[in-house]
Design a protein around this ligand. Structure first.
Ligand code: ADP
Ligand code: MG
Ligand code: MG
Length: 198
């Protein structure tokens, strides 16, 4: 599909609402294997992203909407996840203004996360939810399948040992817990699917 500026605005709105609703769950996940701030960080960042998008007005392009949201996320989220999510949205925005195509934009977002963070699938990070979701969309162009792939990918982090980010300091003790960033990625992808469908 080819998301326009209205779909991108709806995505940011929906994502901010879902992150706010799940803020405490995300923070609890991060308390188990990190420093217990992921829900708070992302909630603060998404509120700022939503404000930035609303400040842009109606004439912005899809790419400009995502660029503004990404910039706000980088400025306000903090932690490891802020620059990663912000970088992903900015890369998606650039891609959307070039090609207009969601598959290309998702791939660009995933590439940005992998390049910035250096994590691969299996390292117990947001990449474990993002990469399978992007692949599912490339292969099926089906939004529901894409959101399910993100959720399944996030759940797969339960049995993994963390090799990137704070949780990696725990070594073996990170096994048996969901990665908070993978959980929030599943949420963000679910929000995109809702925004693109409605
Ligand atoms: P911090 O760990 O700095 O407190 P957050 O709690 O906001 O930051 O985010 C933690 C999440 O960021 C992790 O659960 C993981 O999914 C993700 N993350 C951390 N480091 C990396 C990395 N190098 N590559 C990809 N994702 C990462
Ligand atoms: Mg944290
Ligand atoms: Mg932190």
């Amino acid at each position: 599909m080819r998301p326009d500026a209205e779909v991108c605005r709806a995505w940011v709105r929906e994502a901010a609402a879902r992150v706010a609703a799940d803020r405490d769950r995300l923070t609890q996940l991060d308390s188990a294997i990190g420093d217990g701030d992921h829900g708070h960080n992302l909630d603060r960042g998404m509120r700022a992203a939503l404000q930035a998008v609303e400040d842009l007005g109606e004439t912005a392009t899809a790419g400009e909407v995502l660029a503004a949201a990404g910039k706000a996320l980088i400025a306000k989220t903090g932690g490891a996840s802020g620059p990663l999510y912000g970088g992903a949205l900015r890369a998606m925005g650039r891609s959307l203004d070039e090609s207009g195509d969601l598959a290309a934009a998702l791939r660009a977002g995933c590439d940005a996360v992998r390049k910035l963070g250096g994590a691969a699938v299996g390292d117990k990070t947001m990449v474990d939810a993002l990469e399978p979701a992007v692949k599912a969309y490339e292969e099926t162009c089906d939004l529901e399948v894409t959101a399910d792939a993100a959720t399944t990918g996030a759940e797969s982090t339960m049995t993994l040992r963390a090799r990137k980010g704070r949780a990696s300091y725990l070594g073996e003790r990170s096994v048996g817990h969901l990665d908070p960033g993978a959980a929030s990625t599943a949420l963000l992808i679910r929000a995109l699917v809702t925004a693109a469908r409605d």
